[in-house]
Ligand binder design. Structure first.
Ligand code: BTN
Length: 321
């Protein structure tokens, strides 16, 4: 019934009286009123004016599997998509399901997370308006390849944001996406592996989409697509775009990146050419980020012109949060 009322209101685009709705749908006016109340509780903004009736003003930005999957033809990513209202952490949920045999390509998304996790044991604040999801992959690759898988995911999100919003999103090596100097997306990859091969990877992605403001301590470091564009973004459309890009990038990565892919990647990496500091094996390395290898390692040239490659770790980049 709710769907029928919505369809009638959308069809009309103007005020429709309760009487008319009850006639069209063959139910009582009380039933119409109850369903309108339920729709409002779900976030639909429906105005009502005496003698005119009801008008649909705004639809809620709820993640909707049908909308996300519309026209989506992917091979690797999104073989199954499950959307949850709330969960502790989509990474945790994917790991639980992976241990129970879920197949490669599964995506778990949630409207909210009660225990969203960031890297280095940090908390990832996960209220409404963000896009929080985890992709399960079972690649036939050695564990050392995990860094490039995460890098590929960041590359895909960066490209999707650029395509969908037109914003100049960039990658902060290894796995943040930034706009200007502020972070808009973080990625947390977790893995279960044998000594020579990956059992599964859980690639958790959090994108600040319709987040209207941040607490004072984050305002210089974090941003959202809403803040950058000044308008609400359809999370369903953006999600479809991200899944498509993840599929493209991860498929080409599985067969190793081409030189062209690497060139695009480097051109989107804000870390390149900047002065960076990173800890490696207990030593602090400082220098200029001069290259990224096909395996996804960052090449740093120190002041004595010695070159080091690093494949993980917290890198601080001069000028970026
Ligand atoms: C970071 O930058 O520290 C990584 C943040 C990763 C957040 C995402 S949100 C979806 C997934 N579930 C989690 O608990 N974390 C990741």
């Amino acid at each position: 019934m709710k769907e029928k009322i919505l369809a009638a209101l959308e069809n009309e685009g103007e005020y429709v009286s309760g009487e008319e709705l009850s006639k069209i749908l063959g139910v009582s006016r009380t039933a119409i009123w109850k369903n309108i109340k339920n729709l409002r509780n779900e976030g639909y903004v429906i105005s009502s004016v005496t003698n005119r009736g009801y008008k649909l003003e705004q639809k809620p930005d709820v993640l909707d599997k049908n909308k996300i999957c519309e026209g989506l033809e992917t091979e690797l990513v999104g073989t199954e998509l499950i959307i949850l209202k709330t969960i502790d952490s989509t990474n945790e949920e994917v790991k639980r399901r992976a241990s129970n045999g879920s197949v490669s390509g599964l995506i778990i998304a949630a409207e909210q997370q009660t225990g969203g996790k960031g890297r280095l044991g940090r908390v990832w604040s996960s209220g409404s308006g963000g896009l929080y999801f985890t992709l399960l992959l079972r690649p036939e690759l050695p564990p050392a390849d995990i860094a490039s898988i995460t890098l590929s995911a960041g590359f895909a999100v960066c490209q999707a944001i650029r395509e969908y919003t037109g914003l100049d999103a960039m990658i902060k090596w290894p796995n943040d996406v930034i706009i200007g100097n502020r972070k808009v997306c973080g990625i947390l990859t977790e893995m279960a592996a044998q000594s020579d091969r990956i059992d599964y990877v859980a690639i958790g992605i959090g994108i600040n989409v319709n987040i209207f403001d941040f607490p004072p301590e984050l305002q210089k470091k974090a941003t959202s697509l809403f803040i950058e564009t000044g308008k609400e973004i359809s999370r369903n459309d953006l999600f479809r775009c991200v899944i498509k890009k993840l599929d493209e990038v991860l498929s080409s990565f599985m067969f190793s990146f081409s030189a062209d892919d690497m060139d695009i990647f480097k051109s989107l990496c804000a870390t390149m050419g900047k002065r960076v500091t990173v800890e490696r094996g207990g030593n602090i390395i400082s220098g200029e980020a001069v290259d990224i290898t096909p395996a996804g390692e960052l090449v740093i040239r120190d002041d004595s012109k010695r070159e080091f490659t690093v494949n993980s770790g917290e890198v601080s980049v001069q000028g970026i949060y």
